[in-house]
Design a protein around this ligand. Structure first.
Ligand code: ATP
Length: 240
């Protein structure tokens, strides 16, 4: 692997009973890079992220972070190493306050001083959060919950942020706001692997992209080269 690679996934296969969700997926994410993972429903995008996070066990293949295998490590250990996921459907603790949800995001850390500074940072990135700190997370709108989920993932102080459908269930105005925040994170050098159904939004933010179909990578290229023409749409549909 080259020195610029942060995450490397090689030949990953994952099965759920008779369902082969991933059939030999290989992809990499470089330091400071934003990589989009595209594909239709059931293509294997969420499974890929969950395997990196240690939530799903693959049947074969390799996952390395900074050159070290992370396969078989617990999700908590993987967070401690610097990989944090903002999950699909947000999965906040609805009965807990926004403040408590953010605190839980930082629970693997011991640098209290820096945690407080990072919380201030979240208020800058997502101003709505500051006003809602004492509100129960379950009572927030979809877009507000998505922002809290992103902030919670960031409170782990990751070096790799895994994003599963940040636009899902979010009103268009807030989607724009969320992607502006992601763009700001990118400017600050955050490395991201982004699963997103909205191809245009994803390619606008990403440096590179992979298209999955039926558990396999069917197309990969620079985002700028994928923005023109219909190669991505054709790859989704199986015409490539
Ligand atoms: P979506 O956008 O719909 O989430 P996806 O590309 O993220 O799609 P995955 O969620 O990774 O796709 O699912 C890939 C395949 O694996 C699908 O056929 C799905 O039904 C199956 N699958 C995923 N998780 C499980 C599970 N826990 N048990 C059984 N099958 C599963």
């Amino acid at each position: 692997s080259n020195a610029g690679t942060l995450l490397e996934i090689s030949n990953l296969t994952v099965s759920f009973g008779a369902v082969r969700a991933l059939k030999g997926v290989t992809l990499s994410v470089g330091h400071g890079e934003v990589v989009a993972l595209l594909g239709s429903n059931g293509a294997g995008k969420t499974t890929t992220l969950r395997t990196v996070s240690g939530l799903t066990r693959p049947s074969s293949g390799a996952v390395t972070f900074e050159g070290t295998s992370i396969l078989g490590l617990t999700p908590e250990k993987i967070v401690k190493l610097g990989i944090s996921q903002s999950p699909e459907g947000r999965r906040l603790f609805g009965g807990l306050s926004v403040a408590d949800n953010l605190r839980l995001g930082a629970s693997t850390r011991s640098d209290a001083h820096q945690v407080a500074a990072d919380l201030d940072n979240m208020f800058t990135l997502f101003p709505i959060i500051k006003q809602r700190m004492s509100q129960l997370a379950g009572t927030l709108s979809g877009g507000e919950q998505q922002q809290v989920a992103l902030a919670r993932a960031l409170m782990a102080s990751p070096r790799l942020l895994l994003l599963d459908e940040p636009s899902l269930g979010v009103a268009p105005l807030l989607v724009r706001h969320i992607f502006e925040a992601l763009r700001e994170l990118k400017r600050r050098g955050m490395t991201m692997l982004l699963v997103e159904q909205n191809t245009a939004l994803a390619l606008d933010l990403a440096d590179r992209a992979y298209v999955l179909r039926n558990g396999q990578v069917v197309l990969t290229d620079e985002a700028s080269d994928l923005r023109v023409g219909d190669r991505v749409a054709q790859a989704y549909l199986g015409a490539s």
